[in-house]
Design a protein around this ligand. Structure first.
Ligand code: GLU
Length: 611
């Protein structure tokens, strides 16, 4: 009886999930047919032992994300502190960040602890099998950019990813060939060693605890797990963690632990990154990927190196923008867009009015035209970064915008084809002025689908962020990093002290989302919560099209209306449609000396302050 009930719930969820995950911008999970009666026949005949009841390591009992009608709740997402704030797309993880800072850790210690913890309780967006990038501002005024993006393995040549006609064969998306060499473990530990103050054991303890004791499955998480039903059929190792004793995806309210991942994290905590890159964890990765035709070797893993680059810097109305250089395109185009917007009195435009949408989307088109032409791993191609981020260049670009008519500009390529929308961003700031913005990812939800046997973590499918077009600057090449859009950003006040810490997931919608958030705070003097909640608009190409987001409940006043769409159509905008994405978990330093963090209500974001 119990099984039957769960099956019905699961089937209903799977129908709902397509809508819900599409609403979150999740293009990864395509299954809409999870938990069919046929596939559940096995569950009818064989009942496994009940898994033991668990009490989650961090309680989220006082946090509601969705109301009775299914609307995302926008209240209870923020926290203000005189000392420090941590904000992630999981409440548990924000609690981890605040706990570390309360124990005397700085923002970097907190960020590293949060990074490891996110891989456990938001396993579908990031983890040890993935990579990321971080922008750090330290209290002495120095800025750093840490690149722990994945690298294409030495044997990952283009021919493995295309058919005889040169068309993509699907290998960038799932299975053993889809993964780049993961950078997360090395990246987080590098940051800790260089800019943190605590020991590995101290910052990894919370993640290990969550992996052992479990975390509570939210509505959002349940949808993600359920939507991966077909993937879990194809790559059954992940069933061990994310399915219950009746062979069905865990539902909302369940508590999931992951003892294999706890062991993996413990080993890294005891022995350091070498345990991952040179020891038995690495060997398990190589062996598991090989079973699914992967080509990653122990040599690829041993060679993985974290890089530091100069962050890209720009200015917007006197505020300083510090953000991500290649291998991400994000920071560069964030600055280019803001530089273009500087030519307009944005503050006088009503948000999401025809004039506002037109100005932003034309700026996005110009940035995307440059992106397709110039952006790739700078170890493989020269990128004119200074030009792309210069105000003068942006002023010239702005002249191309006709205030009355949408631009038709030929695209050298459509970059949206190369990226997907499933990642995580978190921000930490302390009152001393140390701030960390990290965006990290395994790319699609649950990455390539491959869980490393006995180790409990999912492998990335970051190879899908490359182009399979041999003429693209971002074409697959061994040893190269795929182009990203991730834009972890720190905004400084004119006096050089921190103002905002921001970023978001959302694939190629990332930097235009960040630009809108920053502009709303600076140009419209909005609260951070409103700046995050007001619906956004996007154009992720230089083609004549436009996406807009439906408003969250309570933000009707800023909706893109039928009238606005009619006016935009009159101005020549084509292909206007709805879309969604993002989880802009950000921090603002207030004038009264306090710090406010806001978790994005579109996912499970919630800030926690240190008291
Ligand atoms: N893999 C994408 C990138 O690196 C991020 C995907 C996402 O944000 O969801 O830009």
């Amino acid at each position: 009886m119990k099984k039957k009930l769960r099956r019905i719930v699961s089937a209903a969820l799977s129908a709902a999930m397509a809508t819900s995950l599409a609403a979150c911008g999740n293009t990864a999970a395509t299954s809409t047919t999870a938990a069919t009666s046929e596939t559940n026949a096995a569950a009818e005949t064989e009942t496994k032992a009940e898994k033991p009841a668990l009490t989650p390591a961090y309680s989220v009992a006082d946090f509601q994300t969705v109301d009775a009608e299914g609307n995302r709740i926008t209240t209870g997402r923020d926290a203000t502190s005189k000392k420090a704030v941590a904000v992630a797309s999981k409440y548990e993880v924000s609690q981890v960040g605040a706990e570390i800072m309360k124990k005397g850790g700085n923002a970097v210690d907190a960020a590293v602890a949060m990074g490891f913890a996110l891989g456990v309780c938001e396993p579908f967006t990031s983890g040890l099998g993935g990579g990321g990038i971080a922008t750090i501002h330290m209290k002495d005024g120095s800025n750093y950019f840490i690149d722990f993006r994945e690298v294409a393995p030495a044997l990952a040549t283009l021919d493995k990813y295309v058919d005889e006609k040169g068309e993509p064969n699907g290998n960038t998306k799932k299975g053993g060939l889809a993964s780049g060499v993961p950078g997360e473990c090395a990246g987080l530990l590098y940051m800790l060693e260089k800019y943190g103050t605590m020991t590995r054991a101290e910052v990894m303890a919370p993640a290990i605890r969550i992996a052992n004791e479990g975390f509570t499955v939210s509505t959002y998480c349940a949808n993600a797990i359920n939507d991966a039903y077909q993937t879990a059929q194809e790559f059954p190792e992940m069933q061990k963690v994310y399915w219950d004793e009746n062979d069905l995806p865990y539902g909302e309210g369940a508590v999931i632990n992951n003892p294999d991942l706890a062991k993996t994290l413990q080993k890294i905590s005891d022995e350091g990154a070498d345990a991952f890159y040179k020891g038995e964890i690495g060997q398990a990765m190589v062996d598991t990927l090989k079973e699914y035709d992967g080509v990653m070797t122990m040599e690829d893993l041993a060679k993985y190196t974290v890089l530091e680059h100069e962050p890209v810097e720009g200015e917007y109305r006197g505020y300083k923008i510090i953000s991500s250089p290649p291998p991400s395109s994000g920071g560069t185009h964030l600055i280019e867009i803001l530089n273009i917007l500087e030519n307009y009195d944005i503050g006088s435009m009503k948000i999401n009015s025809p004039e506002y949408v037109h100005t932003f989307t034309e700026a996005f088109k110009l940035a995307f035209a440059d992106r397709a032409k110039y952006m790739a791993d700078t170890a493989f191609t020269d990128v004119p970064l200074d030009g792309l981020t210069s105000q003068k260049y942006a002023d010239e670009r702005a002249k191309k915008i006709d205030p009355a008519k949408a631009m038709e500009e030929a695209a050298p390529d459509d970059p949206t084809l190369f990226e997907h929308t499933d990642t995580t961003h978190f921000s930490v700031g302390d009152i001393d002025g140390n701030c960390v913005a990290i965006t990290k990812t395994i790319n699609y939800y649950f990455g390539s689908g491959v869980m490393v046997k006995g180790c409990g973590f999912m492998m990335n499918n970051q190879m899908d962020d490359f182009s399979t077009d041999k003429d693209s600057v971002n074409v697959i090449e061994p040893g190269k990093k795929p182009l990203s859009s991730m834009s972890p950003t720190v905004v400084l006040k004119p006096d050089g002290t921190p103002f905002m810490v921001t970023g978001t997931p959302g694939g190629s919608r990332i930097f235009s989302s960040v630009a809108q958030t920053i502009s709303r705070v600076i140009d419209h003097k909005m609260t951070l919560l409103d700046a995050i909640c007001v619906p956004k608009i996007w154009n992720c190409s230089n083609k004549n099209k436009l996406d807009y987001e439906k408003n969250l409940k309570g933000y009707e006043e800023y909706a893109v209306t039928e009238d606005t769409i009619a006016k935009l159509t009159e101005m020549g905008h084509g292909e206007i449609k709805t879309a969604a994405s993002g989880s802009v978990n950000s921090i603002i330093y207030n004038d009264d000396g306090t710090i406010t963090g806001v978790g994005d209500p579109r996912q499970d974001g919630k800030a926690v302050g240190v008291d």
